[in-house]
Design a protein around this ligand. Structure first.
Ligand SMILES: [Ca+2]
Length: 144
C-alpha cells in the first residue's frame, strides 16, 4: 500500500479497519521503525484581539503541536481591511513549522513559517489560521 524513502516519516490516510502486514525489504542492513500511531484530529481555537498564541493560551492545546502530525486551527474575525503584522515568537522545530491563513470558504490567503510577516490588505472577514509542523510548542506574540 505504501512505501517509504530512507528516514522519512509518512502519514497513511484513511486506512480502513483491518489486519495488515508490514513488509520490509531492500538492501541488506539494519533499520528502525520508531512507532506508528493514530493521527489526532485537529484542535480548534478562537482568537480574539490582539490574537496572541502561546503554550496553553488561549486555552489548553493551543501553542503546542503535541505530535509530529498535530494541527492547530485558530478562527479569527477581522472587521476592516488592513495590513497585518504577524509577530511570531519561538517555535520549536522551527525548520518544519508552517502556518496557513485560510478564508472562511477554506481557500488559502497566504502562508508562512516561523518568521514575522506582513499580510497586505487582508479584507474584513472570518479566517482560519492553520498551524502544523513536526511537533513542539510555538508562540505568536500578536497580530497587529
Ligand atoms: Ca495543539
Amino acid at each position: 500500500m505504501a512505501s517509504c524513502r530512507s528516514g522519512s516519516d509518512q502519514q497513511i490516510r484513511d486506512l480502513p479497519a483491518g489486519t495488515y502486514k508490514l513488509v520490509v525489504s531492500g538492501r541488506a542492513g539494519t533499520y528502525a521503525f520508531n512507532s506508528m500511531w493514530e493521527v489526532p484530529a485537529p484542535q480548534s481555537f478562537t482568537l480574539a484581539a490582539p490574537y496572541s498564541i502561546s503554550n496553553g493560551v488561549p486555552t489548553t492545546g493551543a501553542g503546542n503541536l503535541e505530535t509530529a502530525a498535530s494541527i492547530d486551527e485558530y478562527t479569527l474575525v477581522t472587521t476592516t481591511t488592513k495590513t497585518w503584522y504577524m509577530d511570531w515568537g519561538t517555535c520549536q522545530n522551527s525548520f518544519y513549522f508552517n502556518w496557513e491563513l485560510r478564508t472562511e470558504a477554506g481557500s488559502k490567503f497566504t502562508n508562512g513559517m516561523c518568521n514575522d510577516q506582513q499580510i497586505k490588505d487582508l479584507p474584513a472577514g472570518t479566517y482560519k489560521l492553520v498551524v502544523s509542523g513536526q511537533g513542539g510548542t510555538y508562540a505568536l506574540n500578536n497580530i497587529s
